[in-house]
Design a protein around this ligand. Sequence first.
Ligand code: ASP
Length: 269
Amino acid sequence: MKLMAHGGVGSPRELDRHVRMAVEKGCSDPVDALEAVVGVVSELEDDPVFNAGTGSRMRLDGSIQMDAAVMFRGNMGAVGGIERVRNPVRVAAEVYKGPYVFLVGGGARRFARGMGFVSYDTSTEKRREELLEMQEKISNDEELRRMYHMVDGGDTVGCVASLGGEYAAAVSTGGTSYCIRGRIGDSPLVGCGFYAGEHGAVVTTGKGEEIIKNIAAYRCYEYMKEYGISGACQKVVEDFPKGISVGVIAVGEEGTASASSKEMSQWSL
Ligand code: ASP
């Protein structure tokens, strides 16, 4: 098996050991690449240092809405803006079973409850304090509007794996800071936050709005055919204007690779 996981663009390399622990705990003897990536991303979601599952960033109104997705064997499952579930990636893996591919908001949450996912509060003391600090800085509507334009990525999690000649991708995030309720980023959008096909798998992290416009995960997948896996990761990051946070990890026939505009915690097998 080849596998790589990341803890989000902007997350310090000191967090590599957290990513490593998630990799070690999350994928002992998986039956296929999908089970491996879902296992690892679930562990990363449970670690409060990352912006996914427990420890997800709060929205400007104090709510927590999470996005997650999986892709494997030409099929995908995704959830957008889901609330009060412990492991959004496991809900995405349920969606993957069909007949739908993407569920959002209250409908996604009801689906999760129907599938046995109990209500779970993913907020943490640290995130509540961060939100209060930010809210104290906003004293008028103009400042609030300026905040809308300050969205930036960070600490989202993702994993790619190959096993038995098949490739899988999984991603999970609490979104950017500080975005409004209802905002969906790149993470649950196929070809933007993730892609897995016959030649490899890719997961991205960073400023979702820019990643969506670049269709970054699919571009990286296509670049792999021309530039090889390391070249493809490098090229897709270089395609973004300077100053935009973006990171990518990929797995292909040659192995795993990553590239990012800033520090990005990661671990590979
Ligand atoms: N890409 C994620 C989003 O825009 C954030 C991140 O990667 O940190 O929702």
